[in-house]
Design a binder for this molecule. Structure first.
Ligand code: DX5
Ligand code: ZN
Length: 213
């Protein structure tokens, strides 16, 4: 079964607790939290305090996606705040192995993310230091974009490499394109607009969990 991780970027910022509880009640598996520094991506979103507050209102794993050029300055703060998985981007000009080991040493899952245009080769040397690979299926920075189907080949490539960790995709995922992602190896689907803008989230999550079982 593909795990469903609603992205709070599409939740109601004035009623975040209500929307998180709605997602948990609907049977979602993880909660995806986008962190944006207005530098790595042209947008700004969320802080460690939001992660700390989420930890108080949900028992679902918090999947923290760091779209930051300097994650080393904030990783420990997100780990302390209660993240269950912390993902950094492979495109940052930093010592990636050191950062991944630091995340794992804290007992948290370590993830590496790739933008749509970045080749799979970029992360091969890091795979044995990760528990999760996040394939961006849209250019990072905003929700509500259309899924880039060219990324499906990279998901398949990672599966064919025999990667044992979670294979997550993020951006533009909907009920009508989840199956092809699942058939190519996806294990976790991040969904923002398609879930939080659905008044019948429980029924939607039930249908999504039936895809690719
Ligand atoms: C985009 C974020 C995604 C986004 C997904 O940079 O990383 O998590 O919120 O939203 P949808 O599902 O609406 O594309
Ligand atoms: Zn994300």
């Amino acid at each position: 079964m593909i795990k469903i991780a609603p992205s709070i970027l599409a939740a109601d910022p004035l009623n975040l607790e209500k929307d998180i509880k709605r997602a948990e009640k609907a049977g979602c598996d993880w909660i995806h939290v986008d962190i944006m520094d207005a530098h790595f991506v042209p947008n700004l979103a969320y802080s460690p305090d939001v992660v700390r507050c989420l930890k108080k209102v949900t028992s679902l794993p918090l999947d923290v996606h760091l779209m930051m050029d300097n994650p080393e300055t904030m990783i420990d703060t997100f780990l302390d705040a209660g993240a269950s998985c912390v993902t950094i981007h492979a495109e940052i000009q930093k010592d990636i192995p050191v950062l991944l080991d630091r995340i794992r040493r804290s007992g948290c899952m370590a993830g590496i993310a790739l933008k749509p245009g970045s080749p799979l080769q970029m992360i091969i040397e890091y795979l044995n230091r990760t528990d999760l690979v996040l394939m961006m299926t849209v250019e990072p920075g905003f929700g509500g974009q259309k899924l880039d189907t060219s990324v499906i080949g990279k998901i398949r490539g990672l599966k064919d490499l025999g990667y044992q960790g979670e294979i997550e995709a993020d951006g533009g995922i909907r009920e009508d394109n989840l199956e092809i992602l699942g058939k190519n190896g996806l294990t976790i689907a991040v969904m923002g607009t398609a879930l939080f803008h659905d008044d019948h989230m429980s029924a939607a999550v039930k249908r999504l969990h039936k895809i690719c079982v």
